[in-house]
Design a protein around this ligand. Structure first.
Ligand code: ZN
Length: 69
């Protein structure tokens, strides 16, 4: 996986996964109290149902939190 400078540089598959991850956060945020982005990403990355691309995006966001826009 190659993710460079801006969100627009994500390939189609990974931008799709990125949108899904962000969509999932909105749902989780509504469902759990005080869920931080960090908690969310760490939970998501270990879920068996998280797809490979989503997991790559999640790992990327854990290491580059400033890229969450
Ligand atoms: Zn990609």
């Amino acid at each position: 996986m190659k993710i460079v400078a801006a969100n627009t540089d994500l390939c189609v598959n990974h931008s799709e996964a990125y949108s899904k991850v962000k969509g999932a956060y909105s749902l989780w945020f509504a469902a759990y109290d005080n869920l931080t982005r960090d908690d969310f990403l760490k939970r998501l990355v270990v879920l068996p149902e998280t797809g490979d691309r989503a997991r790559e995006v999640v790992r990327f966001l854990i290491h580059n939190p400033e890229r969450w826009k």
